[in-house]
Design a protein around this ligand. Structure first.
Ligand SMILES: [Zn+2]
Length: 196
């Protein structure tokens, strides 16, 4: 007998953006004025546990192909320590932390409420650029899509993103301002229908 996989609450992109913006408003509101990147590393280290009950851990014991892992049963989010300390991967590390933060806010509470557990793993090649449709789960219920949408919203909030675009910044400059990789910026611009 197959156990039906847990069906997460459907969420629209706008709803998810709203949640992420609320976090920025509370913890680093100056980001919304533009020109500044959200300090997701500090947020994870100082606020995540208080807000979600999930403890951040940095470890080299994850398999090398796993960058981040949220374990709802153990209430831990584990990050690949090598990634965390590799300056050249800073932007990718930021997106990984923002993505796992999305799982902690969006999915861990639902699992707890229904006494279910799940482990989310972010592996190589799962970078949020490709939307993968698993089975027949509609995209808005797909926890991976939701967590990536959340990560995009946390690191590239819509208002400052539109402001910097209006100012005529290049995509490279914008990515640098928000501390993200270029493909992730493009995904975000498509999600907001700014880019085709
Ligand atoms: Zn994930």
């Amino acid at each position: 007998m197959t156990v039906p996989s847990f069906l997460f609450q459907g969420m629209s992109g706008v709803q998810i953006d709203h949640l992420a913006t609320n976090i920025i408003v509370q913890y680093q509101p100056e980001v919304l004025k533009g020109g500044k990147a959200f300090d997701v590393h500090r947020f994870v280290d100082t606020k995540l546990e208080d807000l979600t009950g999930v403890i951040p851990v940095y470890s080299n014991e994850l398999p090398p192909e796993i960058y981040g892992l949220t374990d709802s049963a153990n209430k831990q989010v584990i990050f690949q320590e090598d990634l965390a300390t590799d300056e050249s991967s800073l932007n990718f590390f930021r997106s990984t932390q923002a993505h796992e933060t999305g799982h902690c806010f969006l999915h861990v509470p639902q699992l707890q409420q229904r006494s279910r557990t799940q482990v989310f793993r972010q592996a190589k090649g799962e970078d949020g650029i490709h939307l993968y449709r698993k089975d027949d789960i509609p995209i808005y219920r797909n926890p991976e899509w939701q967590a990536w949408r959340f990560a995009g919203a946390l690191l590239m909030p819509e208002n400052p993103l539109r402001m910097i675009l209006r100012d005529g910044a290049s995509l490279g400059e914008i990515a640098e301002t928000f501390g993200v990789n270029l493909p992730f910026l493009k995904t975000r611009l498509k999600a907001l229908k700014i880019l085709n």
